[in-house]
Design a binder for this molecule. Structure first.
Ligand SMILES: [Zn+2]
Length: 461
């Protein structure tokens, strides 16, 4: 097994004590971190870990090492529909985009998801979830296409089998031709778990189940999906409390708040994480904390759609587990996970003052916080001996950050730094801002062509 020594960089470990080293080292053997500490890597530990295998040393002076970032909410396929409905509310935006998404097939999905994953990697993301909930009848194996793309790019992947079974004719928001039959959804969900889910500790792929939202799925589907997920020991995800339209929908149709609705269906628990959670009252926050339910905070998407501001300070203070998500690329054209860290800090402070979120808390949400939501905090989200080697190395010695003493303030508040290296499972995915696993120019050209073809298909309808 090969050994990699990263030396001479600042290190933010995000371990239990939140240990930081001004100039430290990380030793990686195979896909596991074997040592982290102050100063140069001790020769003894190197000899132990390396035995007779080759050792590669990286002089990382001028850089900051952090855990690879963990993205907890995304719709990767939306990379093919960016920039549409640019000034719309959530419900207006969805209504305009559903018919476009209905034209996607596995070939288009594979190409645009590769682009979305490649861009995420460039922004320091080592683990991402995906919430895919549009399965056109003649679209082929779109979930399989996302899995193939993730394997090619090399990110640790947590795709969820999403679903919608409540069309407009039954009082839902989406048109009838983009929703599926409930039994078909449950069969496909089960098949996805059996085909793709890998529960092993160093798993590169774990499946979750994710009915889309209260206004696109039936209560029956929510209940049965939860039963299936718990039987198969996979996690549950959905959108919740994202917009005032949704609050009104829940009040009108269920006579309660979104959190009360989920609670009544057995949908709160430490195996559940919810995207957005903007419109939460104190009782809802207390209930999420008591049940261990997580929240994926997506500040750029919330701003793009003018949806509102998540009460992240109150959530964190109440002990709710919070991670960050870029959300789908059609409501966050930037889709940069390190960008979300900055955005999370700024938007929390806009609402609650400069103490509302420290730079370190913002980074914590994107690392250990995200790993908790995906159930991977024993394995990733921090830099510690025994954890998987998911590491982002940020260059902070260029003009962009010159003169900022605190590396965390530089990373979170300063410009997006060059990504010197991104390791996922011990393998380099990005080096000096260049993708290693795919040809970036080719990925861009293919994505451009796929988005153009999709636009033509939609215009022809
Ligand atoms: Zn979303």
């Amino acid at each position: 097994m090969s050994t990699l020594v990263i030396d001479g960089c600042a290190v933010v470990t995000m371990d239990g004590q939140r240990t930081e080293y001004g100039s430290g080292h990380i030793v990686v053997t195979g896909n596991v971190i074997t040592a982290v500490g102050q100063g140069s890597a001790p020769l003894a530990s190197l000899a132990d870990s390396a035995s007779d295998s080759p050792v590669t040393r990286i002089d990382a002076s001028g850089c900051l090492a952090t855990p690879g970032l963990v993205n907890t909410h995304h719709h990767l396929y939306q990379w093919g529909t960016r920039g549409l409905a640019a000034d719309a509310t959530l419900f207006e935006w969805l209504t305009e985009l559903y018919p476009v998404w209905a034209r996607m097939d596995a070939d288009i999905v594979r190409v645009v998801v590769t682009a979305a994953l490649a861009w995420l990697a460039r922004s320091g993301c080592s683990t991402t979830m995906d919430h895919h909930y549009v399965f056109p009848r003649s679209g082929g194996d779109v979930l399989g296409a996302t899995v193939a793309a993730a394997r090619q790019v090399g990110l640790r992947f947590h795709p969820t089998r999403g679903s919608m079974d409540l069309g407009a004719s039954s009082g839902g928001l989406p048109p009838d031709d983009v929703v599926e039959d409930r039994d078909a959804i449950l069969l496909a969900s089960n098949a996805a778990i059996e085909k793709f889910h890998d529960p092993s500790p160093d798993s590169m792929l774990r499946i979750g189940l994710a009915p889309c939202s209260p206004f696109t799925v039936t209560a029956e589907l929510l209940t049965e999906a939860a039963g299936l997920a718990r039987q198969a020991n996979v996690r549950l995800h959905t959108h919740l409390a994202e917009a005032t339209d949704e609050l009104e929908y829940c009040a009108e149709n269920f006579g309660c708040t979104p959190v009360q609705y989920l609670d009544s269906l057995g949908w709160l628990g430490d195996d559940v994480w919810l995207a957005h959670g903007i419109y939460l009252d104190d009782a809802a926050i207390a209930r999420l904390a008591a049940t261990g339910t997580g929240v994926a905070h997506c500040p750029s998407s919330n701003g793009r759609l003018g949806a509102g501001i998540c009460r992240t300070h109150d959530l964190v203070a109440a002990g709710v587990r919070v991670g960050l998500g870029v959300d789908g690329a059609a409501s966050n054209e930037e889709s940069s996970l390190i960008g979300e860290v900055r955005q999370a800090a700024l938007i929390a402070r806009s609402a609650g003052g400069p103490q509302a979120m420290s730079v370190r808390t913002a980074l914590e949400l994107a690392t250990v916080g995200g790993a908790q939501l995906l159930g991977r905090d024993q394995e990733t989200g921090s830099l510690e001996a025994g954890k998987l080697a998911d590491i982002a190395l940020w260059r902070l010695d260029t003009l962009a950050h010159a003169g900022i003493t605190d590396p965390v303030a530089a990373l979170v508040l300063g410009p997006r730094p060059p990504l010197e290296m991104l390791l996922v499972n011990g393998e380099p995915i990005v080096e000096r801002d260049q993708l290693i696993t795919v040809d970036e120019r080719q990925v861009a050209e293919d994505a451009q062509r796929a988005a153009a073809a999709l636009a033509v298909l939609s215009d022809n309808d």
